[in-house]
Design a protein around this ligand. Structure first.
Ligand SMILES: Cc1ncc(COP(=O)(O)O)c(C=O)c1O
Length: 356
Protein backbone atom coordinates (compact mmCIF):
# COMPACT_ATOMS: atom_id res chain seq x y z
CA UNK A 1 0.00 0.00 0.00
CA UNK A 2 1.25 3.51 -0.82
CA UNK A 3 0.23 6.70 0.89
CA UNK A 4 2.49 9.49 -0.26
CA UNK A 5 1.77 13.20 0.12
CA UNK A 6 0.36 13.81 -3.36
CA UNK A 7 -0.01 17.54 -2.90
CA UNK A 8 3.72 17.82 -2.18
CA UNK A 9 4.27 16.66 -5.77
CA UNK A 10 2.12 19.39 -7.29
CA UNK A 11 3.83 22.55 -8.60
CA UNK A 12 3.42 25.55 -6.27
CA UNK A 13 2.00 27.71 -9.09
CA UNK A 14 -0.71 25.12 -9.85
CA UNK A 15 -1.73 24.82 -6.19
CA UNK A 16 -2.46 28.54 -6.18
CA UNK A 17 -4.90 28.31 -9.11
CA UNK A 18 -8.63 27.60 -9.09
CA UNK A 19 -10.31 25.33 -11.63
CA UNK A 20 -12.40 27.09 -14.30
CA UNK A 21 -15.93 26.96 -12.98
CA UNK A 22 -19.03 27.02 -15.15
CA UNK A 23 -22.46 26.80 -13.56
CA UNK A 24 -24.43 24.03 -15.09
CA UNK A 25 -27.90 22.96 -14.11
CA UNK A 26 -30.11 20.54 -15.94
CA UNK A 27 -33.64 21.54 -16.95
CA UNK A 28 -32.71 25.19 -16.95
CA UNK A 29 -33.09 27.76 -19.67
CA UNK A 30 -29.41 28.10 -20.44
CA UNK A 31 -28.62 31.71 -21.23
CA UNK A 32 -25.18 31.71 -19.65
CA UNK A 33 -22.70 30.27 -22.19
CA UNK A 34 -23.21 32.20 -25.45
CA UNK A 35 -24.23 29.09 -27.36
CA UNK A 36 -26.55 28.95 -30.37
CA UNK A 37 -29.97 28.00 -28.96
CA UNK A 38 -30.92 26.19 -32.18
CA UNK A 39 -29.81 22.66 -33.11
CA UNK A 40 -28.14 21.78 -36.44
CA UNK A 41 -30.51 21.50 -39.42
CA UNK A 42 -32.48 18.23 -39.84
CA UNK A 43 -30.62 17.75 -43.17
CA UNK A 44 -27.23 17.96 -41.47
CA UNK A 45 -28.32 15.63 -38.66
CA UNK A 46 -29.53 13.14 -41.27
CA UNK A 47 -26.27 13.36 -43.21
CA UNK A 48 -24.26 12.74 -40.00
CA UNK A 49 -26.40 9.74 -39.18
CA UNK A 50 -26.06 8.25 -42.67
CA UNK A 51 -22.33 8.89 -42.75
CA UNK A 52 -21.48 7.50 -39.30
CA UNK A 53 -20.66 4.08 -40.65
CA UNK A 54 -18.14 5.41 -43.16
CA UNK A 55 -16.32 7.62 -40.68
CA UNK A 56 -14.16 4.72 -39.46
CA UNK A 57 -14.42 5.68 -35.81
CA UNK A 58 -12.03 2.83 -34.98
CA UNK A 59 -9.25 4.79 -36.77
CA UNK A 60 -7.47 7.93 -35.63
CA UNK A 61 -8.78 11.14 -37.20
CA UNK A 62 -7.05 12.94 -40.06
CA UNK A 63 -4.22 14.67 -38.14
CA UNK A 64 -4.05 17.42 -40.76
CA UNK A 65 -7.84 18.09 -40.75
CA UNK A 66 -7.54 18.49 -44.55
CA UNK A 67 -11.23 18.67 -45.49
CA UNK A 68 -12.06 21.05 -42.68
CA UNK A 69 -9.12 23.31 -43.51
CA UNK A 70 -10.24 23.37 -47.15
CA UNK A 71 -13.72 24.46 -46.07
CA UNK A 72 -12.33 27.18 -43.80
CA UNK A 73 -9.86 28.37 -46.45
CA UNK A 74 -12.71 28.67 -48.96
CA UNK A 75 -14.93 30.55 -46.53
CA UNK A 76 -12.22 32.94 -45.32
CA UNK A 77 -10.12 33.39 -48.46
CA UNK A 78 -7.02 32.07 -46.71
CA UNK A 79 -4.64 29.15 -47.34
CA UNK A 80 -4.95 25.76 -45.61
CA UNK A 81 -1.34 26.06 -44.40
CA UNK A 82 -2.28 29.18 -42.43
CA UNK A 83 -5.01 27.35 -40.52
CA UNK A 84 -4.76 25.43 -37.24
CA UNK A 85 -7.77 23.56 -35.89
CA UNK A 86 -8.24 23.54 -32.13
CA UNK A 87 -10.36 21.48 -29.80
CA UNK A 88 -12.23 24.73 -29.28
CA UNK A 89 -10.39 27.99 -29.83
CA UNK A 90 -9.45 27.83 -26.13
CA UNK A 91 -6.80 25.32 -27.10
CA UNK A 92 -5.24 27.73 -29.58
CA UNK A 93 -4.75 30.35 -26.86
CA UNK A 94 -2.58 27.83 -25.02
CA UNK A 95 -0.65 26.76 -28.13
CA UNK A 96 0.20 30.31 -29.09
CA UNK A 97 1.45 31.12 -25.59
CA UNK A 98 3.52 27.91 -25.56
CA UNK A 99 5.15 28.83 -28.85
CA UNK A 100 5.87 32.48 -28.11
CA UNK A 101 6.51 32.76 -24.38
CA UNK A 102 9.10 31.59 -21.91
CA UNK A 103 8.08 31.15 -18.28
CA UNK A 104 7.85 34.59 -16.68
CA UNK A 105 7.12 36.44 -19.94
CA UNK A 106 4.19 38.85 -20.10
CA UNK A 107 1.06 38.64 -22.17
CA UNK A 108 -1.63 41.33 -22.24
CA UNK A 109 -5.32 41.96 -22.77
CA UNK A 110 -7.89 44.63 -22.01
CA UNK A 111 -9.90 44.36 -18.80
CA UNK A 112 -12.60 43.15 -18.49
CA UNK A 113 -12.37 40.48 -21.15
CA UNK A 114 -12.54 36.73 -21.77
CA UNK A 115 -11.17 34.96 -18.68
CA UNK A 116 -9.21 32.22 -20.50
CA UNK A 117 -6.38 34.55 -21.57
CA UNK A 118 -5.47 35.12 -17.92
CA UNK A 119 -6.18 31.57 -16.78
CA UNK A 120 -4.07 29.98 -19.53
CA UNK A 121 -1.21 32.39 -18.92
CA UNK A 122 -1.24 31.55 -15.21
CA UNK A 123 -1.25 27.82 -15.93
CA UNK A 124 1.84 28.22 -18.11
CA UNK A 125 3.73 30.32 -15.55
CA UNK A 126 3.40 33.52 -17.60
CA UNK A 127 2.56 36.95 -16.24
CA UNK A 128 -0.74 38.36 -17.48
CA UNK A 129 -1.06 42.16 -17.52
CA UNK A 130 -4.04 44.25 -18.53
CA UNK A 131 -5.06 47.69 -19.70
CA UNK A 132 -8.38 48.86 -18.30
CA UNK A 133 -11.29 49.59 -20.58
CA UNK A 134 -13.00 52.98 -20.26
CA UNK A 135 -16.69 53.62 -19.49
CA UNK A 136 -17.62 52.77 -23.09
CA UNK A 137 -15.74 49.46 -22.75
CA UNK A 138 -13.13 50.72 -25.22
CA UNK A 139 -9.39 51.51 -25.00
CA UNK A 140 -6.95 54.02 -26.44
CA UNK A 141 -4.05 52.61 -28.40
CA UNK A 142 -1.51 54.91 -26.78
CA UNK A 143 -2.37 53.72 -23.29
CA UNK A 144 -2.43 50.06 -24.34
CA UNK A 145 0.94 50.43 -26.08
CA UNK A 146 2.46 51.95 -22.94
CA UNK A 147 1.37 48.90 -20.93
CA UNK A 148 2.66 46.52 -23.61
CA UNK A 149 6.00 48.29 -23.84
CA UNK A 150 6.48 48.65 -20.08
CA UNK A 151 6.04 44.91 -19.59
CA UNK A 152 7.77 43.84 -22.81
CA UNK A 153 4.62 41.84 -23.61
CA UNK A 154 4.98 39.17 -26.31
CA UNK A 155 1.31 38.90 -27.13
CA UNK A 156 -1.90 40.86 -26.81
CA UNK A 157 -5.38 39.29 -27.02
CA UNK A 158 -8.31 41.39 -28.25
CA UNK A 159 -11.71 39.75 -28.09
CA UNK A 160 -13.58 41.38 -30.99
CA UNK A 161 -16.47 41.68 -30.08
CA UNK A 162 -15.39 41.64 -26.48
CA UNK A 163 -16.74 39.02 -24.11
CA UNK A 164 -18.37 39.89 -21.70
CA UNK A 165 -19.03 43.54 -22.61
CA UNK A 166 -20.49 42.68 -26.04
CA UNK A 167 -19.04 45.60 -28.03
CA UNK A 168 -16.36 45.85 -30.71
CA UNK A 169 -13.41 48.03 -29.71
CA UNK A 170 -12.64 51.02 -31.91
CA UNK A 171 -11.18 49.90 -35.22
CA UNK A 172 -8.67 52.72 -35.14
CA UNK A 173 -7.23 51.65 -31.77
CA UNK A 174 -6.83 48.06 -32.93
CA UNK A 175 -5.26 49.20 -36.17
CA UNK A 176 -2.74 51.29 -34.25
CA UNK A 177 -1.87 48.39 -31.98
CA UNK A 178 -1.28 46.15 -34.99
CA UNK A 179 0.91 48.78 -36.63
CA UNK A 180 2.94 49.81 -33.59
CA UNK A 181 3.17 46.77 -31.31
CA UNK A 182 6.37 44.82 -31.62
CA UNK A 183 4.68 41.49 -30.85
CA UNK A 184 1.71 39.38 -31.88
CA UNK A 185 -1.82 40.83 -31.89
CA UNK A 186 -4.51 38.15 -31.62
CA UNK A 187 -7.89 39.39 -32.74
CA UNK A 188 -10.20 36.79 -31.24
CA UNK A 189 -13.27 36.82 -33.49
CA UNK A 190 -15.25 34.12 -31.68
CA UNK A 191 -18.41 36.21 -32.20
CA UNK A 192 -17.59 37.47 -35.71
CA UNK A 193 -20.66 35.83 -37.24
CA UNK A 194 -22.79 38.20 -35.16
CA UNK A 195 -20.72 41.38 -35.53
CA UNK A 196 -19.97 41.02 -39.24
CA UNK A 197 -16.69 42.81 -38.47
CA UNK A 198 -13.24 41.35 -38.96
CA UNK A 199 -9.55 42.19 -39.17
CA UNK A 200 -8.84 39.21 -41.39
CA UNK A 201 -8.07 41.34 -44.48
CA UNK A 202 -5.33 43.12 -42.55
CA UNK A 203 -3.30 39.92 -42.44
CA UNK A 204 -2.06 40.70 -45.96
CA UNK A 205 -0.28 43.82 -44.70
CA UNK A 206 0.73 42.80 -41.19
CA UNK A 207 2.59 39.63 -40.28
CA UNK A 208 2.05 40.13 -36.54
CA UNK A 209 -1.71 39.55 -36.78
CA UNK A 210 -3.47 36.30 -35.83
CA UNK A 211 -7.22 35.68 -36.09
CA UNK A 212 -9.13 33.20 -33.91
CA UNK A 213 -12.63 31.97 -34.71
CA UNK A 214 -14.98 29.44 -33.14
CA UNK A 215 -17.89 27.27 -34.22
CA UNK A 216 -19.11 27.09 -30.61
CA UNK A 217 -21.26 30.17 -30.93
CA UNK A 218 -22.96 29.12 -34.15
CA UNK A 219 -24.14 25.66 -33.34
CA UNK A 220 -21.33 23.21 -32.59
CA UNK A 221 -20.34 24.00 -28.99
CA UNK A 222 -20.63 20.31 -28.13
CA UNK A 223 -18.15 19.30 -30.83
CA UNK A 224 -15.39 21.73 -29.75
CA UNK A 225 -14.14 23.23 -32.99
CA UNK A 226 -12.17 26.46 -33.13
CA UNK A 227 -9.62 27.64 -35.66
CA UNK A 228 -6.81 30.09 -35.90
CA UNK A 229 -5.51 31.82 -39.01
CA UNK A 230 -1.80 32.49 -38.68
CA UNK A 231 1.05 33.68 -40.86
CA UNK A 232 2.23 30.34 -42.34
CA UNK A 233 5.57 30.55 -40.52
CA UNK A 234 3.81 30.72 -37.16
CA UNK A 235 1.35 27.96 -38.08
CA UNK A 236 4.32 25.67 -38.70
CA UNK A 237 5.60 26.35 -35.19
CA UNK A 238 2.16 25.87 -33.63
CA UNK A 239 2.03 22.44 -35.25
CA UNK A 240 5.07 21.46 -33.17
CA UNK A 241 3.20 21.90 -29.86
CA UNK A 242 -0.24 20.83 -31.07
CA UNK A 243 -1.24 17.49 -29.56
CA UNK A 244 -1.52 14.72 -32.16
CA UNK A 245 -5.15 14.16 -33.23
CA UNK A 246 -6.42 17.09 -31.19
CA UNK A 247 -9.51 17.33 -33.41
CA UNK A 248 -11.70 14.25 -33.62
CA UNK A 249 -13.21 12.63 -36.71
CA UNK A 250 -16.84 13.44 -35.96
CA UNK A 251 -16.13 17.08 -35.15
CA UNK A 252 -14.07 17.49 -38.31
CA UNK A 253 -16.80 15.95 -40.45
CA UNK A 254 -19.71 17.91 -38.98
CA UNK A 255 -17.80 21.22 -39.01
CA UNK A 256 -16.84 20.72 -42.66
CA UNK A 257 -20.43 19.99 -43.65
CA UNK A 258 -21.72 22.95 -41.67
CA UNK A 259 -19.26 25.37 -43.29
CA UNK A 260 -19.81 24.03 -46.79
CA UNK A 261 -23.54 24.58 -46.50
CA UNK A 262 -23.85 27.61 -44.30
CA UNK A 263 -27.29 28.90 -45.29
CA UNK A 264 -29.16 27.23 -42.43
CA UNK A 265 -26.73 28.64 -39.86
CA UNK A 266 -26.89 32.01 -41.57
CA UNK A 267 -30.67 32.04 -41.03
CA UNK A 268 -30.18 31.12 -37.39
CA UNK A 269 -27.71 33.99 -36.98
CA UNK A 270 -30.22 36.33 -38.57
CA UNK A 271 -32.95 35.24 -36.11
CA UNK A 272 -30.58 35.60 -33.15
CA UNK A 273 -29.67 39.15 -34.22
CA UNK A 274 -33.35 40.10 -34.57
CA UNK A 275 -34.08 38.64 -31.16
CA UNK A 276 -31.07 40.43 -29.67
CA UNK A 277 -32.35 43.79 -30.80
CA UNK A 278 -35.81 42.98 -29.47
CA UNK A 279 -34.43 41.90 -26.07
CA UNK A 280 -32.27 45.05 -25.86
CA UNK A 281 -35.41 47.07 -26.56
CA UNK A 282 -37.31 45.28 -23.80
CA UNK A 283 -34.45 45.69 -21.30
CA UNK A 284 -34.17 49.38 -22.09
CA UNK A 285 -37.78 49.84 -20.96
CA UNK A 286 -36.86 48.75 -17.42
CA UNK A 287 -35.71 51.77 -15.46
CA UNK A 288 -33.80 49.74 -12.86
CA UNK A 289 -31.49 48.24 -15.50
CA UNK A 290 -28.63 49.74 -17.50
CA UNK A 291 -28.23 47.93 -20.83
CA UNK A 292 -25.02 48.06 -22.85
CA UNK A 293 -24.94 47.94 -26.67
CA UNK A 294 -24.05 44.58 -28.22
CA UNK A 295 -22.40 43.39 -31.44
CA UNK A 296 -22.71 39.80 -30.26
CA UNK A 297 -25.20 37.06 -29.40
CA UNK A 298 -25.29 38.20 -25.77
CA UNK A 299 -26.06 41.35 -23.81
CA UNK A 300 -24.34 42.81 -20.77
CA UNK A 301 -26.60 44.67 -18.35
CA UNK A 302 -26.26 46.21 -14.92
CA UNK A 303 -28.72 46.13 -12.05
CA UNK A 304 -27.34 48.74 -9.62
CA UNK A 305 -27.28 47.25 -6.11
CA UNK A 306 -29.19 44.18 -7.22
CA UNK A 307 -27.10 42.01 -9.56
CA UNK A 308 -26.62 39.02 -7.27
CA UNK A 309 -30.18 39.13 -6.09
CA UNK A 310 -31.62 39.21 -9.58
CA UNK A 311 -29.28 36.44 -10.72
CA UNK A 312 -30.41 34.18 -7.87
CA UNK A 313 -34.09 34.92 -8.37
CA UNK A 314 -33.86 34.16 -12.09
CA UNK A 315 -32.02 30.95 -11.28
CA UNK A 316 -34.79 29.91 -8.89
CA UNK A 317 -37.22 30.51 -11.72
CA UNK A 318 -35.27 28.25 -14.04
CA UNK A 319 -33.18 30.78 -15.97
CA UNK A 320 -29.39 30.60 -15.83
CA UNK A 321 -27.42 33.76 -16.69
CA UNK A 322 -23.73 34.58 -16.27
CA UNK A 323 -23.12 36.48 -13.06
CA UNK A 324 -20.14 38.82 -13.44
CA UNK A 325 -20.48 40.50 -10.07
CA UNK A 326 -17.17 39.23 -8.71
CA UNK A 327 -15.20 41.31 -11.24
CA UNK A 328 -14.41 44.74 -9.73
CA UNK A 329 -15.40 46.57 -12.93
CA UNK A 330 -18.57 44.53 -13.41
CA UNK A 331 -20.26 44.93 -10.05
CA UNK A 332 -23.96 44.10 -10.37
CA UNK A 333 -23.50 43.12 -14.01
CA UNK A 334 -25.12 40.07 -15.61
CA UNK A 335 -24.69 38.65 -19.10
CA UNK A 336 -27.56 37.09 -20.95
CA UNK A 337 -27.17 34.99 -24.09
CA UNK A 338 -29.88 35.33 -26.74
CA UNK A 339 -32.01 32.20 -26.69
CA UNK A 340 -34.99 31.09 -28.75
CA UNK A 341 -37.91 33.50 -29.01
CA UNK A 342 -39.76 31.50 -26.34
CA UNK A 343 -36.79 31.51 -23.97
CA UNK A 344 -36.26 35.24 -24.45
CA UNK A 345 -39.95 35.93 -23.81
CA UNK A 346 -39.82 33.96 -20.56
CA UNK A 347 -36.62 35.75 -19.53
CA UNK A 348 -38.08 39.21 -20.22
CA UNK A 349 -41.34 38.30 -18.49
CA UNK A 350 -39.51 37.11 -15.36
CA UNK A 351 -37.28 40.15 -15.44
CA UNK A 352 -40.28 42.48 -15.53
CA UNK A 353 -41.73 40.68 -12.53
CA UNK A 354 -38.65 40.51 -10.34
CA UNK A 355 -36.25 43.31 -11.30
CA UNK A 356 -36.01 45.88 -8.48
C1 LIG B 1 -13.85 35.63 -26.80
C2 LIG B 1 -13.87 34.15 -26.75
N1 LIG B 1 -12.86 33.48 -27.31
C3 LIG B 1 -12.82 32.14 -27.28
C4 LIG B 1 -13.82 31.41 -26.69
C5 LIG B 1 -13.68 29.93 -26.63
O1 LIG B 1 -14.43 29.33 -27.58
P1 LIG B 1 -14.30 27.77 -27.88
O2 LIG B 1 -15.59 27.18 -27.44
O3 LIG B 1 -14.07 27.69 -29.36
O4 LIG B 1 -13.14 27.24 -27.09
C6 LIG B 1 -14.89 32.07 -26.09
C7 LIG B 1 -15.95 31.30 -25.43
O5 LIG B 1 -16.75 31.77 -24.69
C8 LIG B 1 -14.92 33.47 -26.12
O6 LIG B 1 -15.90 34.16 -25.55
Amino acid sequence: MSSIDLMSLVRKKIKQLNAYHVESLSDEIKLHANENPYPPSPELLKRIFLRLNELELNRYPDPECRNLKQAIAKKTGTLPEQIIIGNGSDELIQYLMQVLCNEGDHIAFPDPTFAMYRITANCLGLNPVHFSLNDNWDFEAQYALEVLTRHKARLVFLSYPNNPTGNCFSEKSIQQLIEKFDGIVVVDEAYQDFSGKSFLKQMKNHNNLVIFRSLSKIGLAGLRIGYGIFPSILAEQINKVRLPYNSNTLSQYVATELLNDFSHVQNQIHSILEERDRVIDELSKLSSIITYPSNSNFILFKVPNGGDNLFNKLKKNGILLRNLNSHPKLKDCLRVTIGTKQENNYFVEQLRKISP
